[in-house]
Design a protein around this ligand. Structure first.
Ligand SMILES: NC(=O)c1ccc[n+]([C@@H]2O[C@H](COP(=O)([O-])OP(=O)(O)OC[C@H]3O[C@@H](n4cnc5c(N)ncnc54)[C@H](O)[C@@H]3O)[C@@H](O)[C@H]2O)c1
Length: 360
């Protein structure tokens, strides 16, 4: 069993701790947090409370460090931990920008330590279900994927409202939604257009709309909203043979497929309250088939999946699944999103895994 130390014991670290309670491959030994109140909570939960970051990093018992602090210190902590001979699992967003990530990648290479990122939403069931259905080819050639998460309660207070601490919805939720799509679609991202809104907090984006175009023309539209009182579906996907909708995280959804493309229904004019139309007339029910979608119970969506992979990589059993190279691609898209918003135009990119310009 590997022993882990946690730096930054707030909400997310507590979630890691709860998820790892009965996990057999990692034991949390102790915690360091700059906030004494959080150290007290950790101590009362049975963990060693290290007097300083240095004390945790010098403990030879600790083989893995979880970094779950605010985002502005991820880079320095990751570098210090790897230099102290620890493997690292870092919370998302991995760093504040791609330059910082490249520094981390160089140290990972230099020290030979494993470095992974908690992009845990790759196993979310709604995402896995959408990805499976697209990959099964049920929709034909997919040309639009729309991914949205929407709330109406505004942003959480605290560091998420402060730019210098890595606040804002692009770094908080955008990083997950972009990571999911880039994990699924390996072709290069060619253009990025983003419009951000700062409705409640001036210095950070609390809502945004982002459109990515991939090399083949496939378009992904990502929206993160904190002010939507009426929501869209979680996923809406258009293919040449059908449409998929998944309403929510419970995976309620359906696919509607075309089963009769040749019918001559287009000749009929339909008279609607808004006037006559052929193009927008509803289809004949016999020409489509509806398939109900439900929660995939065989999908494991737990933090242990990320830890299993890290430990398999440390043990040399399997390569890392969530890599810094993948995170760099996401980081470049997020940077282009900020640039697009500032300039009010699309940004041309060539972001792909293995692209010459992204090899560190
Ligand atoms: N993967 C996910 O789904 C997910 C969900 C929520 C948060 N997160 C990420 O987890 C991280 C923490 O978020 P949170 O919601 O737990 O925030 P939080 O405010 O609840 O916790 C952050 C903790 O880090 C401590 N801290 C800050 N700087 C420190 C330093 N230099 N050394 C030691 N401790 C320090 C703070 O005192 C605080 O206790 C962020 O990177 C966030 O993006 C990930």
């Amino acid at each position: 069993m590997y022993k882990m130390g946690i730096i930054g014991y707030g909400g997310m670290a507590s979630y890691h701790a709860a998820e790892l309670k009965n996990y057999k491959r990692v034991m949390i030994k102790g915690v360091y947090d700059v906030n004494p109140a959080r150290m007290k909570v950790a101590y009362e939960s049975g963990y060693k409370a290290y007097a300083s970051k240095a004390e945790l990093l010098m403990d030879p018992d600790i083989q893995i460090v979880l970094i779950a602090t605010t985002n502005e210190v991820h880079k320095e902590l990751a570098i210090e931990a790897m230099r102290a001979d620890k493997h690292v699992i870092c919370e998302k967003p991995v760093t504040m920008n791609s330059e910082e990530l490249i520094e981390v990648m160089k140290v990972a290479r230099e020290t030979g330590k494993k470095f992974t990122i908690n992009q845990n939403r790759r196993t979310n069931k709604d995402f896995v279900l959408m990805k499976q259905k697209v990959e099964e080819g049920l929709l034909g050639d997919v040309y639009v994927i729309e991914s949205r998460v929407e709330g109406s309660r505004g942003m959480p207070k605290g560091w998420r409202t402060v730019k210098s601490l890595g606040g804002g919805m692009m770094l908080d939720w955008g990083v997950h939604l972009i990571d999911q799509l880039l994990f699924m679609i390996s072709e290069p991202v060619k253009t990025v257009y983003c419009k951000m809104y700062s409705l409640e907090y001036d210095e950070v984006d609390d809502n945004f709309r982002l459109t990515l175009t991939f090399k083949s023309g496939l378009t992904a539209h990502i929206e993160v909203s904190t002010n939507n009182y009426i929501t869209h579906p979680r996923w809406y996907v258009l293919g040449t043979e059908g449409t998929l909708v998944i309403d929510n995280w419970d995976c309620v959804g359906k696919i509607v497929r075309c089963i009769d493309k040749d019918s001559v229904w287009e000749d009929e004019i339909i008279y609607t309250k808004a006037g006559p139309t052929k193009t927008m007339a509803p289809r004949r029910q016999e020409s489509i088939k509806s398939i109900e979608l439900n929660e995939p119970f065989d999908v494991v969506d737990k933090l242990s999946v990320v830890y299993d992979n890290l430990i398999d990589a440390i043990d040399g059993i399997k390569p890392l699944q969530i890599t810094a190279e993948q995170a760099l691609r996401v980081m470049k898209v997020m940077e282009a999103s900020f640039e697009s918003h500032e300039l009010g135009k699309s940004i041309l990119l060539d972001v792909c895994l293995g692209c010459q310009n992204y090899i560190v």
